[in-house]
Design a protein around this ligand. Structure first.
Ligand SMILES: Cc1cc2nc3c(=O)[nH]c(=O)nc-3n(C[C@H](O)[C@H](O)[C@H](O)COP(=O)(O)OP(=O)(O)OC[C@H]3O[C@@H](n4cnc5c(N)ncnc54)[C@H](O)[C@@H]3O)c2cc1C
Ligand SMILES: *[C@@H]1O[C@H](CO)[C@@H](O)[C@H](O)[C@H]1NC(C)=O
Ligand SMILES: *[C@@H]1O[C@H](CO)[C@@H](O)[C@H](O)[C@H]1NC(C)=O
Ligand SMILES: *[C@@H]1O[C@H](CO)[C@@H](O)[C@H](O)[C@H]1NC(C)=O
Ligand SMILES: *[C@@H]1O[C@H](CO)[C@@H](O)[C@H](O)[C@H]1NC(C)=O
Ligand SMILES: *[C@@H]1O[C@H](CO)[C@@H](O)[C@H](O)[C@H]1NC(C)=O
Length: 602
């Protein structure tokens, strides 16, 4: 009875809304006779923008209720998670009480962990992309607004939920964003005044014992994963079948999300390649709302683009099927050299020896993380598949001999792990994710091939490492593909020795928040990253689009290399109206977000 009444009320509201909408359309058309809000390629004198709340054509409460009904009640009106640290929050026309001292304390204690944000329908781990709208570290009287968090989220559990959201945003000219784990360092999974499609709860997983397809010569085990499957979930599932899959280091990044779609550096990359190299097929909802398969034979151009051309750009991935490999044992080694303020020259002399030995490590199959920071130089860790610790030790012996020769104190240890799951768990420290502005560059192998190049590389690392935090994740993915053009992944990867991720701390203090943090990001863009660019041999370098600087003035060539133009053609074919927008994504320079959060064509 109540349900019938409610449904009746909803459809009555929807009708009123539809009438109101057509009224506005008509009056709008009288003012701008050539303006059609459904024509997203509008090319007239009036610059074209997405709607924001308060606009005449922003969907009414009834429109949202209609959408909610079509997505099984899974529509969420977002409240920033920091609202528990405020007295109240204005949600639509209502003011809701949000303050909860205990919850606020817990939020502050756990703010920097990814697990604090992953269950949220709107909180990006990269805090600056909220526009500091609900800072958890300031008092309960300060304002809290939605800022650049998405306004609404569809908590997807079925393909039809995605299709409904796609149709709704097109029909209503509402910005759409795709959110999964929310890890993106470049803020690509949040958007001001947007409807967010949240694929985190698509958790299916299926073993294919022997993958066979006319479209591929691969015959072996594979795993089909729902878009929301996290790295640790995939590792556990694979391990239960004595298999391993190519995934990242952070346990809760989404395998089929921005991780694989952006390339995907893995603990297994030196052995098998990037995550994008392993994909056999995708299921994708297109901007048209159609569900399609992308494989070497069906929509092969889309298949190519999704393998490294960037998340949030070409369609909404529902599932991915990727190769799996027989499990094996691993060994890992850690090396720590502390900087005491007086041994910096010696440390960087040893770093030179270490860099020279890196190619031999990655060529033998290792994934190696180096850290350079004011506190010192660390290898945390070098992880080698199918090798015992004594063998791994030999690869690091030249570095240790150099440290001994220089009389530097250091800690070194190496251990064996019975299988991939054990190794990955030992690697996964509880990362802080919301504390750094990010930047990055791919460092080519060429830079360690002669002493003069090594010296210039050490100089750049020293400049960066004394100003901030720099991590180098080393791999060899040259052999994983027949040609760098087989997949969309930035071709610079195939010549790279490591991905240098550079970080400078986010300042959460509310005084001068914007100016301070802008200055910090600018330091990355205009000082630290150019120190690496300055030493790059002609035609090399570039950046890993998932771990770099969102302000990069050369993002097209740096993030996509020679693949940009082909990706742009594929973008235009599958998403001609730019339904999918994310800053630095292919085609994104046609749009600009204004300070009030409105997204407009430039
Ligand atoms: C702590 C930490 C550790 C990391 N470790 C690694 C690592 O070891 N190796 C590595 O390569 N990278 C690593 N990354 C980077 C990571 O790959 C990127 O942040 C990546 O964008 C995360 O993808 P996501 O889908 O989980 O995140 P989200 O932030 O939810 O999404 C990222 C992008 O992908 C898009 N997207 C998400 N889901 C879908 C979907 N279903 N369909 C279409 N588009 C989608 C979003 O729109 C957005 O553009 C790490 C990041 C962090 C913060
Ligand atoms: C917009 O339309 C005009 C007239 O049709 C055309 O000359 C112009 O090239 C178009 N601009 C863009 C950016 O498409
Ligand atoms: C959507 O519907 C569900 C179930 O009726 C309700 O709990 C939820 O608040 C609704 N969402 C919005 C944004 O109104
Ligand atoms: C973003 O922050 C700026 C600076 O504080 C402010 O002027 C602007 O209104 C904010 N926009 C939104 C949508 O929160
Ligand atoms: C999203 O939906 C899942 C079920 O698919 C549910 O378990 C989860 O609690 C929902 N999250 C929110 C924030 O509503
Ligand atoms: C993570 O953040 C917490 C809280 O600010 C801090 O105490 C801790 O030292 C940080 N850990 C690392 C590894 O930076």
């Amino acid at each position: 009875m109540a349900a019938t009444l409610r449904a009746g009320l909803l459809s009555a509201l929807a009708l009123i809304a539809a009438l109101a909408a057509s009224y506005f359309d008509i009056s709008f058309q009288n003012l701008n006779s050539d303006y059609n809000p459904l024509n997203w390629n509008y090319n007239g004198s009036r610059s074209h923008c997405r709607s924001i709340p308060g606009d005449a054509d922003w969907p009414s409460v009834a429109d949202w209720a209609t959408l909610n009904a079509t997505v099984g009640g899974s529509l969420i009106a977002n409240v920033p998670i920091g609202a528990v640290c405020r007295h109240s929050y204005k949600l639509g026309d209502d003011t809701i009480t949000t303050y909860d001292e205990e919850a606020c304390d817990a939020l502050r204690d756990n703010w920097f962990y990814s697990t604090t944000h992953i269950g949220s329908s709107s909180s990006p781990m990269a805090y600056p992309f909220t526009n500091n709208s609900c800072n958890p570290f300031v008092g309960p009287d300060a304002p809290c607004t939605v800022g650049y968090h998405s306004t609404y989220t569809v908590n997807v559990s079925r393909v039809s939920d995605i299709q409904s959201a796609v149709r709704f945003s097109k029909e209503n000219n509402v910005r759409l964003v795709i959110r999964n784990s929310g890890h993106d360092y470049l803020g690509k999974s949040t958007g001001a005044h947007a409807l967010s499609v949240w694929t985190h709860h698509l958790k299916s997983m299926q073993l294919i014992e022997t993958y066979q397809s006319d479209s591929s010569d691969y015959q072996g085990p594979a795993i089909k994963m729902g878009a929301g499957i996290e790295v640790s979930e995939a590792y556990e599932f694979a391990s239960s079948h004595n298999l391993m899959v190519v995934g990242g280091n952070c346990p809760n990044v989404a395998m089929a999300g921005g991780y694989t779609q952006g390339g995907g550096i893995s603990l297994l990359s030196s052995k098998y390649g990037l995550a994008a190299d392993q994909v056999l097929t995708w299921e994708v909802v297109l901007a048209s709302g159609e569900l399609v398969t992308a494989s070497p034979t069906e929509n092969p151009d889309l298949f190519w683009a999704l393998r490294g051309g960037g998340g949030g750009t070409f369609g909404i991935v529902v599932s991915m099927t990727a190769k799996a490999f027989p499990d094996t044992f691993f060994s890992s080694a850690n090396l720590i050299v502390a900087n005491n303020g007086e041994n910096t020259d010696d440390i960087f002399s040893a770093v030179g020896t270490y860099l020279k030995s890196l190619p031999s490590l990655v060529d033998a199959g290792a994934w190696v993380v180096s850290v350079w920071a004011p506190i010192g130089f660390m290898v945390l860790p070098a992880l080698m598949p199918g090798m015992h610790p004594a063998e791994l030790d030999a690869y690091l012996a030249p570095t240790r001999a150099k440290l001994d020769e220089l009389g530097l104190e250091y800690q070194y240890s190496s251990v064996e792990h019975v299988n991939f799951l054990a190794a990955s768990r030992a690697m996964a420290v509880a990362y802080n994710v919301s504390d750094y502005h990010a930047g990055g560059r791919l460092v080519p192998r060429e830079l360690v091939q002669d002493d003069a190049s090594i010296e210039s590389l050490v100089g750049a690392i020293r400049h960066i490492g004394s100003n901030g935090f720099m991590a180098g994740v080393a791999f060899n993915v040259a052999h994983a593909v027949d040609s760098p053009d087989d997949v969309a992944v930035n071709p610079h990867f195939r010549k790279s020795l490591f991905n240098a991720a550079v970080g400078l701390p986010i300042d959460y203090s509310d005084d001068n928040y914007t100016a301070n943090n802008k200055a910090t990001q600018d330091k990355l863009t205009y000082d630290l990253l150019p120190a690496l660019d300055a030493i790059m041999p002609e035609g090399s370098g570039g950046a890993y689009l998932s771990e770099t600087d969102f302000q990069d003035p050369n993002f097209k060539s740096n993030f996509y290399g020679g693949h940009y133009n082909r990706l742009l053609e594929i973008k235009q074919k599958y998403d001609p109206d730019d339904l999918f927008y994310a800053k630095t994504a292919v085609g994104s320079d046609r749009w600009e977000q204004k300070l009030d959060g409105r997204l407009c064509m430039v």
